[in-house]
Design a protein around this ligand. Structure first.
Ligand code: C2O
Ligand code: CU
Length: 475
């Protein structure tokens, strides 16, 4: 039986209980011709996150749902999204991973003024790439996202993969009190200097998912979206062989996940093709094994109903490429960004230039804990850390001199991940967010073909808020 004590498990543990995973209704099409119109109204509300007998949780939501409505369009369509701010504080909407014009990127103070309470902002842009993306505020995002503001944005290919079901799992992580209220300890130094705001309750599409109903023989395209502030997921599907077909929305050569689990840092996405090879009546566990010693059961694949077919379909699983410019590695200009900071930073910075280490230590005393090339962003001085010449190829080498993971995100572009610690990657995957491990060096390559000032930051939102953010200018 579920008790409050077991529910309020320590960070990392999750107690599953009854409650299905229901797909969200798509926002209806407003007009046949011209842009597809959507309305996102921000406000407060309540959501049933913890099961009875817990009270509902007070949240901040888009269109009163957590997560926000899934926006679904076809590649090449134009979107027009009216965002109305019914909150008591300013906000913006950022279209994570979408290659939008700079003015539509939703970064307060950089690409637009924040949307004041009671105000609205109209975003309009084309869906250039097919894939799985998402949206969230870029204003005080460490609190606004954690209170429930996020949603999936799916751009379908002209000819979608043939599957029986196309399903989105928005994965979130909540820090709840014993009364199932959102813990209000935002901005605390402990989260900022360690792994970020890890919660105690993981949800799929806003619910604690006891089971996910499947049928034998079914083929599912599962779109995994990690909207958590800080939690890294490492999902393993016991008894099944998922194939990863896209990462961060961009097609990748279909492959079994390395180490048998799909690793997703905050903001990252994976599209997987999952063939339901179990038998009717069986239950197979989906576990999150990322943090050692804190493994937990996320949900079960529960086989019911009639088998759909006895043999695995032989339909193709490879996705068509998106229109991304291929970087020329020989001609590319090289840049380096170095990350410092976090708990134990003092010890690690001793090797650095004495003056640089000294100024970083001083900034840490002021509450800035993370540094990109020796600087912590405060939000006011956003001089670019790099300027990339437009339409040229560039290699950015990210050097992590910290003991922590950082999912590093660049706005406005996708980049190829070309090497890790000097070793070329097997698939040179396109990403917009790359998980950089402790002491790791990761190289990415891109053509800087989208002009403007673009944010480059850690997507552990507490790290971002404590300085791990910069502007990269494309000019
Ligand atoms: Cu998903 Cu700068 O953000
Ligand atoms: Cu980080």
């Amino acid at each position: 039986a579920l008790t409050r004590r077991t529910f309020l498990a320590s960070a990392g543990a999750v107690i599953a209980a009854a409650g299905g995973v229901s797909p969200l209704p798509a926002v209806p099409r407003a007009r046949a011709a011209g842009p597809r119109e959507f309305r996102l109204t921000l406000g407060t509300g309540s959501a049933r996150i913890a099961p009875e007998p817990y009270p509902e949780t007070e949240v901040w939501a888009y269109n009163r749902t957590v997560p926000g409505p899934e926006i679904r369009v076809r590649q090449g369509e134009r979107l027009r999204i009216v965002a109305e701010n019914g909150l008591d504080e300013p906000t913006t909407v950022h279209w994570h991973g979408m290659r939008v014009p700079n003015a539509m990127d939703g970064v307060p103070g950089v690409t637009q003024d924040a949307i004041a309470p009671g105000d609205r902002f109209v975003y309009e842009f084309d869906a250039v790439d097919a894939g799985t993306f998402w949206y969230h505020p870029h204003q005080r995002s460490f609190e606004q996202v954690a209170r429930g503001l996020s949603g999936a944005l799916v751009v379908e290919e002209a000819e979608p993969l043939r599957v029986d079901r196309d399903v989105t799992w928005v994965l979130d992580d909540w820090r709840l009190t014993e009364e199932a209220a959102i813990e209000g300890d935002f901005g605390n130094a402990h989260d900022a200097i360690h792994a970020g705001r890890l919660g105690n309750t993981v949800t799929v599409n806003g619910r604690i998912p006891d089971r996910f109903a499947v049928r034998r023989g079914e083929r599912i395209r599962l779109r995994l979206v990690n909207v958590a502030n800080a939690r890294i997921f490492g999902l393993a599907f016991a008894g099944h062989e998922p194939l990863v077909v896209a990462l961060d929305g961009q097609p990748v050569e279909p492959h079994a996940p390395e180490g048998g689990r799909i690793v997703l840092g905050p903001a990252m996405r994976a599209d997987i093709v999952l063939d339901m090879t179990g038998r009717t009546g069986e239950r197979h566990t989906v576990t999150d094994t990322f943090y050692e010693g804190l493994e937990y059961r996320l949900t079960d694949l529960a086989y019911g109903g009639e088998a759909l077919r006895e043999r695995t379909p032989d339909w193709p699983v490879a996705l068509p490429a998106n229109p991304l410019a291929e970087p020329d590695l020989d001609a590319a200009e090289r840049h380096e960004v170095v990350f410092n900071g976090g708990m134990m930073a003092g010890m690690r910075m001793q090797g650095a230039d004495g003056r640089e280490a000294g100024s970083m230590m001083a900034m840490m005393r002021e509450g800035s804990f993370w540094f990109i090339n020796g600087k912590a962003a405060t939000g006011t001085d956003m001089e670019p850390v790099l300027t990339l010449r437009r339409n040229r190829s560039h290699i950015i080498s990210m050097v992590n001199r910290t003991g922590w993971y950082h999912p590093m995100h660049l706005h406005g572009h996708s980049f190829r991940v070309i090497s890790r610690n000097g070793v070329p990657t097997a698939r040179r995957e396109w990403q917009d967010t790359v998980l950089v491990g402790p002491e790791e060096r990761v190289e990415v390559a891109l053509v800087a073909d989208n002009p403007g000032d673009w944010m480059f930051h850690c997507h552990i939102l507490e790290h971002q808020a404590a300085g791990m953010m910069a502007v990269i200018r494309v000019a």
